[in-house]
Design a protein around this ligand. Structure first.
Ligand code: ATP
Ligand code: MG
Length: 160
């Protein structure tokens, strides 16, 4: 299917390399919803994404579980990295100024545990799921709108 992509990443480094390719392919306004169990590799993926966007290695990209969101502005496009794991109410995201950054990002938004607060996400997004298969991770991505479909196509080209 043109609007879907499936890859198996054998190591954390392979997941980060695939994510870096997506970072090079992202356009302003790209929203990436990252599904997957605890430890599936969502934060690991965002670390690679940040590198692909040009965020330097010296900047640590960590789980924003407690802060809910971190902004990394050092790359080609700003990256808002959010984790909805501890979000109970969408109003919290509005109060923190996170809702706007996710609903209409000026750069790229990556959201861990998006299903905890799905109403915040825009209709056009790249949905990505990570499934644990031993040391490997099966990564399935699909686009839900035209912007995400363009980014998915560019990502596929970057992976070649
Ligand atoms: N193929 C792989 N891809 C990604 N991570 C891997 C892989 N193999 C092993 N790992 C390890 O799995 C762990 C993934 O942790 P990570 O924090 O990225 O998960 P997460 O999905 O963000 O979890 P959480 O839901 O707690 O936020 C890391 O320790 C990473 O090194
Ligand atoms: Mg995480």
């Amino acid at each position: 299917m043109a609007d879907a992509l499936e890859i198996v990443c054998a190591s954390a480094e392979a997941t980060q390399a695939a994510a870096a390719a997506l970072g090079r392919a992202c356009e302003a306004g790209t929203v990436i919803a990252l599904e997957g169990d605890l430890g599936a590799g969502k934060t690991t993926f965002v670390q690679g994404l940040a590198r692909g966007l040009g965020v330097p290695e010296s900047v640590r990209v960590q789980s924003p579980t407690f802060a809910i969101a971190h902004r990394h502005a050092q790359g080609r496009l700003p990256l808002d990295h959010a984790d909805f794991y501890r979000v109970d109410d969408p109003d919290e995201l509005t109060e923190l100024g996170v809702a706007e950054a996710i609903a209409a990002p000026d750069g790229v938004a990556a959201v861990e545990w998006p299903s905890r607060c799905p109403s915040i996400l825009p209709p056009d997004r790249l949905e990505l799921s990570l499934r644990i298969e031993g040391a490997a991770r099966r990564l399935v991505a699909h686009a839900t709108g035209p912007l995400a479909a363009r980014v998915l196509g560019a990502w596929r080209a970057e992976l070649c």
